[in-house]
Every structure is written in C-alpha cells, then in structure tokens.
Write a protein that binds this ligand. Structure first.
Ligand code: NDP
Length: 246
C-alpha cells in the first residue's frame, strides 16, 4: 500500500491581519496547516496573534505593514520569502470603509479608500507577481465586497474601490495561466470596519445593520476552501452573505 505524503502547508501572506476578517483568516489557515505571515500597522496586535497561533502549534510570523506604501508591501513579501522560502498565497485583505454621502465632500476619506482598498491591492500584486511568476505558481486572493456588486447611498467611493478590485482581479486571472486568482466578496461581517466611519449618523446606521452580521470566521473558511483546491482548479469568485441579509 502506498501512503500519500502529508502535504506541506502553503506560505500565506495576509494583509490587514490585526482584526476582523484578516485575523479570523489567519487563525483558520494556520489551523489548516498553512504557514502564515501577518501584516498590519498595529504590530502589537499581530505580534500577539502570531504568538497565539504558535502557542496552538501553528506556524506564524508577523511584520509591520502599510499597504499604501509599495516599499512596505515589497518588504513584506521579501520577509515571507526569507522566512519561509516561498510566497504561495497572498490574501489582499486590508481595507477601510469611511462611508458618507458624496455631498459631505470628505475627499481625504475618499482618497484613503482608494489608497488602501485599491492601491493597496495593486501594491500587493506588484510585490508578489515577480516571485510567483519565477516559481511558476501562486494564488492571489483579493477581498472585495458585496459592495463590489451593488451600489448603495453613502457607499459610492467604497463601492468604486471594490468594483475596481473585481475588475483588476478578472484581468489578472485572464493574463495568468500559472497563477490562481480568487475574489472573495463578503456581505455584512463582524469586524472593526464600521468604527472608521466619521459621519456619526452613518456609523450608527451601519452598526444597526451589523446586528445580522456573520462571524469573520465564515470568510476565513471560504478562503481556506479556495486555497485547498487542486492547482488546476481556480475558484474565481465567492460571495458569502449572512442568510438574513437582503
Ligand atoms: P477591520 O477594520 O476589522 O480590519 C481591517 C484591517 O485592515 C485591519 O487589520 C487594519 O489593520 C488593516 N488596514 C487598514 N489600513 C491599512 C494599511 N494602510 N496598511 C495595512 N493594513 C491596513 O475590517 P474587516 O475585517 O471587516 O475588513 C477586511 C476586509 O474585508 C476589507 O477589505 C473590507 O473592505 C472587507 N469587507 C468587510 C465587510 C464587513 O462587513 N466587515 C464586508 C465586505 C468586505 P491596521 O489598522 O492595524 O493597519
């Protein structure tokens, strides 16, 4: 009888791993045997999370990361390569959502959404693409949103960034025969995302909506599923919503 070798866990980089979906994804993927590198600006959070994962028998490390800086994201990708010897999967998860009506002209917040949600994803792609092309394999998982499929009042700019993430993911997929590209579009998910809304009325309304939110672990499970497929199978898009979300 031949025994199949136990597969070695993949090296997975996760941006925005200090809370919410990124944190839950790190825990889930580490529990599945993957080696995770955690990135975010709040290094105390990701240091504690990495330690917690290692305490549970998983493999994790962390690095300070600001996705608005290409240099920072490149250093993050290099750190994964130096620490673990490969870059198999990038989860482009970092995001911000300061919702407001356009009439409020919160232009700085519009720019921040573009810088983090869109430019940050592009920086992630630029940082890992040469490494993955050289390996001849890799997987880029971009976190979009149901707001990348529909537009609602106060969410115009946020939606614009998420529509854009879906567009560039599809372009990258079409240009790649050696890499897998997955877009995960969550619906309402429990996290700290709404806390960044500066408009008090919109923040209160968003918090109310969050009453039906799913646990962030639901998104970690979807990402784990996409990664677990055989190399020749690309799960291109996953939409995961709370059952009660309209
Ligand atoms: P959280 O606010 O809990 O997490 C956001 C993460 O992004 C944090 O870890 C934060 O880390 C990180 N981040 C923000 N700015 C930067 C930056 N400049 N550089 C590096 N990291 C950064 O929210 P979620 O977990 O909900 O958000 C994760 C993703 O899921 C986002 O892309 C969001 O748009 C998307 N999403 C969320 C939904 C929801 O209902 N929660 C629904 C649909 C999509 P730090 O501040 O430490 O840098």
């Amino acid at each position: 009888m031949t025994v199949s070798p136990v597969p070695v866990g993949k090296v997975v980089l996760i941006t925005g791993a200090s809370s919410g979906i990124g944190e839950a994804t790190a825990r889930r993927l580490a529990a599945s045997g993957h080696r995770v590198l955690l990135g975010a600006r709040r290094t105390d959070r990701i240091a504690a999370l990495a330690e917690d994962i290692r305490g549970g028998g998983g493999t994790a490390d962390h690095r300070a990361l600001d996705v608005t800086s290409l240099d920072s994201v490149r250093a993050f990708a290099r750190a994964a390569h130096d620490t673990f010897g490969a870059v198999d999967v990038l989860v482009n998860n970092a995001g911000v959502m300061p919702l407001s009506p356009l009439d409020r002209l919160k232009v700085d917040e519009w720019n921040r959404m573009i810088d983090v949600n869109l430019r940050g994803v592009l920086h992630g792609i630029a940082a890992v693409l040469p490494l993955m092309r050289a390996q001849g394999s890799g997987h880029i998982v971009n976190i979009a949103s149901v707001s990348g499929h529909r537009v609602d009042p106060t969410a115009s700019v946020y939606s614009a960034t998420k529509f854009a993430v879906r567009a560039l993911s599809e372009g990258l997929r079409q240009e790649s025969r050696d890499l897998r590209v997955t877009v995960v579009s969550p619906g309402l998910t429990r996290s700290e995302l709404a806390e960044g809304i500066s408009d008090t009325a919109v923040r209160a309304a968003t918090r109310d909506l969050m009453d039906i939110a799913m646990p962030a672990a639901a998104i970690g499970a979807a990402i784990d599923y996409a990664i677990a497929q055989p190399a020749e199978v690309d799960v291109s898009e996953i939409v995961v919503r709370p059952t009660a979300q309209g």
